[in-house]
Design a protein around this ligand. Sequence first.
Ligand SMILES: Nc1ncnc2c1ncn2[C@@H]1O[C@H](COP(=O)(O)OP(=O)(O)OP(=O)(O)O)[C@@H](O)[C@H]1O
Ligand SMILES: [Mg+2]
Length: 384
Amino acid sequence: MKEKSLHITNAILFDEDMPLQGDREVRDITVRDNIITVTIAVSRENTIADRVSMEDAIRDGIQAEFPEAEVRIISLAIDGEDEPVGNCEHGGHSGASKELPPKKAIPGVKHVWLVSSCKGGVGKSTVALNTALALKAAGRSVALLDLDLYGPSIPSLVGTDLPPIVVGNLIVPPEIHGISVLSIGFMTESTQPLMWRGPMLSGVINQLLWEVDWSGHDDLVIDMPPGTGDTYLSILQSIEVDAAVLVTTPSELALSDVRRGVGVFEPYNVPIAGVVENMATYNWEGREAVLKLLDSLKIDSSSKESLERIKKILETTRSIRIFGNHTKEMCDDVKLPLITSIPLDIALQNDNDSGTPYMLNPKKAEIQKAFTDIASFLIKRAND
Ligand SMILES: Nc1ncnc2c1ncn2[C@@H]1O[C@H](COP(=O)(O)OP(=O)(O)OP(=O)(O)O)[C@@H](O)[C@H]1O
Ligand SMILES: [Mg+2]
């Protein structure tokens, strides 16, 4: 299957009608269960549209030969003869070799967890921060790294932008709410747009990973940016990661992104711990007050039946699935555990946006439980 798919991929890649320019080559083909994942390096001169049409052409070609298989294509952008943009020089890579560089462990950190999703705005940063705090509450020493270099949101979620200090040659992350936190947002003006060119981006990632004193932590939780861009390549191919947690909302669109997200980790042998479903259900808090009010009304017997009907209707609003209910099915489909479901909570939104992390609000024990579930899941995985 592997040889045949290599043959097909090469034939498509070097077809004269392909809209690609410059260097291109097959970097990797993996076949696991029923899934064929092909990784291709293409010149950065190509537009995203060209890359997408190449991915589609290769996917269709392989699919035609292996109709039963699930085909995933990943294209890495390279600069001429260089390695994929965003590659970490700290990975010990020789430069000329076409092999992926060996991964390195972050010194002094026992476990590294990525919180990620292909889609933006599904709650990665919320989950990363509150999971870090839940791990801390479980008695662990925890650090949180915000790697969303274009839109760092951890400073506003923790409610502070304390600048890190430098001791010797190393940056020391500030301790906030009992965990060590580092974000590029601590080092830049919040009003300044963050635009990085490829080499700059990889330089900043290198700095945040290797020029920081991360030592003494049981867990480093990394809040990843949305998508599958250069930050992912830098991280997945250069550091040793225990596992990734995929965050999604139950909407069909978000779930199809999870399916795509699974294929991002596979070629780099980064395991996926499971899926966290965010904004899963909505609990209307006014419901209890309305029920109480109805009970206090003096109603004559002719209206009793209507009252009971109203109460029944209110009962169905206890937990509404606004965005759908497909996550479990999708998890079974991609063979990943559903770690937990976090309700949609207006208080959560207000607390986040006012800089009080949810785990620090004792009034919301029910939702805190979801973050504690994630922490327990990761601790169990770390101990297994
Ligand atoms: N369960 C929830 N209930 C209500 N609001 C939520 C919930 N989870 C996250 N939010 C809100 O949704 C918005 C997006 O959340 P967050 O920033 O964590 O997502 P993200 O995936 O990190 O986004 P980005 O892709 O932009 O980095 C924030 O305003 C946050 O407060
Ligand atoms: Mg975020």
